[in-house]
Design a protein. Structure first.
Length: 468
């Protein structure tokens, strides 16, 4: 049965250049946009969209909703915040197989899975060159879209890049401590997450680059494992990572904090520009996840504990997050000052990268990270990009057109045009004049189904206390 939806009298926003098409209708059929122009006459479900601004659906390009026993609540909360697609940043062989078989089992009110890796590369599966090559070959055989590096060492990282490149896959994720970042960029690292994480990019932007890099390589959390298979090691590592991800900064040693302080204190904008030019030339994208960095480096800030969106999170998760904040509060004042200064510098670096033409994406690192509430966190990410100095149009691009470019799917997503997927957000205010308007959602269209504001509000109320 053919299903048609007609949004009438909307203002359609073109994220590519900020163009506005007023009094425009959008005709949707079977989950695709059929026509976009004023005065469409069609036999369809009609939605009065006058007074709203229609933009492409938002994409969270660094999220972890899958892998839990039942991700339905998390996925629905993402959708009601306008997220119609996400890049899953931690996968499994089982996930890849279920996707291939069409058995993901998502609820109807859920964003689309845009891309996923297999298992994260860690010391559990990638402590030697042979292990890392075998892990990448297995993921390739099972249909992984990319390979994500997590806690691999610099000893095997470039071998991982070489094998992934040989198989036509890209490496994304975390930079190993002490890595030659510019070499990783030149050899095709497609996206760097969390601005490093840690001191990695700061080291490149310091006049004392070599010392900071080698100090980082010698410090930090050590998860070295023997180069042979341990029964149930994957399950053990999964539990370790779930605890670690709440706030890895809580494992910082005094030497790590001193090294970060030195890196921030010796920040050199000229060196930062050289790094930005390298990334831009190589096509190395950045997914800053500023809200994730902020919740780590200012973990006990009252703004997080008092966040009204915590109402959607389960009591056990809130308890774990509060425990992480209490532990963070035990850092001495000078360490906390270093973390605060580092975050401000990371905002500066984000703006510097954007000005230099480094391509970036909006992502949050939900679920699991302390104080990062799925769905709502993307709106927090928009606000942090604005604090960094990015324009509302640029921020809209980071979650619409640029994800389509990154994924190579500009023929199906990223703009409101005929032939594109009918994944849309209706906004109550002009998103080009104030970034806050990106959060004023008057409706969502996902795969051609319209969710009006009242329905979204009812869904949010139902989800209270249910998101792990």
């Amino acid at each position: 049965m053919t299903t048609r939806l007609l949004l009438t009298a909307a203002t359609v926003v073109d994220p590519r250049d900020g163009g506005l098409s007023e009094s425009t209708d959008v005709l949707i059929e079977d989950g695709r946009i059929l026509d976009v122009r004023p005065g469409i006459e069609a036999d369809a479900q009609r939605v009065d969209a006058s007074g709203t601004y229609v933009v492409p659906g938002y994409n969270d390009m660094h999220a972890h909703p899958l892998g839990k026993a039942d991700p339905a609540a998390t996925l629905e909360l993402m959708l009601v915040h306008g997220i119609t697609g996400f890049r899953q940043m931690g996968g499994s062989i089982d996930l890849l197989r279920r996707r291939a078989a069409g058995k993901l089992g998502f609820p109807e009110a859920a964003p689309a899975l845009l891309a996923t890796p297999g298992p994260l590369l860690t010391p559990a599966n990638a402590s030697t060159v042979d292990q890392v090559v075998a892990a990448i070959r297995e993921q390739h055989a099972e249909g992984a879209d990319f390979i994500k590096a997590g806690l691999v060492t610099r000893d095997v990282f470039f071998d991982a890049q070489a094998e992934a490149r040989r198989l036509g896959l890209s490496i994304v994720g975390h930079l190993p401590a002490g890595i030659d970042v510019e070499k990783a960029s030149r050899l095709g690292m497609k996206s760097i997450e969390h601005l490093g994480p840690g001191v990695a990019l700061f080291a490149c932007c310091s006049g004392d680059h070599d010392h900071i890099r080698e100090t980082a390589a010698a410090g930090g959390p050590q998860l070295k494992l023997p180069p042979f298979k341990i029964p149930f090691l994957d399950k053990i590592m999964d539990r370790v990572l779930r605890k670690l991800v709440i706030n890895p900064l809580n494992l910082s040693k005094p030497a790590d904090i001193a090294n970060l302080s030195h890196a921030v204190g010796t920040f050199d904008r000229d060196r930062a520009h050289v790094l930005a030019e390298r990334f831009a030339a190589d096509g190395t994208w950045q997914v800053p996840t500023l809200i994730r960095i902020k919740t780590q480096e200012l973990c006990d800030s009252p703004e997080f504990a008092d966040d009204p969106d915590l109402t959607y999170v389960t009591p056990s998760t809130r308890k774990a997050w509060r425990a992480a904040a209490a532990k963070f509060a035990g850092f001495p004042a000078d360490a906390r000052a270093t973390f605060t200064e580092a975050y401000e510098r990371q905002l500066d670096l984000t703006k510097l990268f954007d000005d230099a033409g480094v391509k970036m994406l909006a992502g949050t690192d939900s679920s699991g990270a302390a104080w990062v509430v799925p769905g709502a966190a993307l709106h927090r990410e928009f606000a942090e990009f604005a604090r960094a100095g990015l324009t509302p149009l640029r921020i809209l691009q980071l979650t619409t057109t640029l994800p389509a470019e990154f994924l190579g799917t500009t023929d199906t997503m990223g703009t409101v045009e005929p032939g594109k997927n009918a994944d849309l957000v209706l906004l109550a205010g002009n998103p080009l004049t104030d970034v806050k308007h990106l959060g004023h959602i008057a409706g969502v269209v996902r795969a051609g189904k319209h969710y009006p504001a009242a329905d979204l509000a009812a869904r949010k109320e139902k989800l209270a206390g249910s998101v792990p």
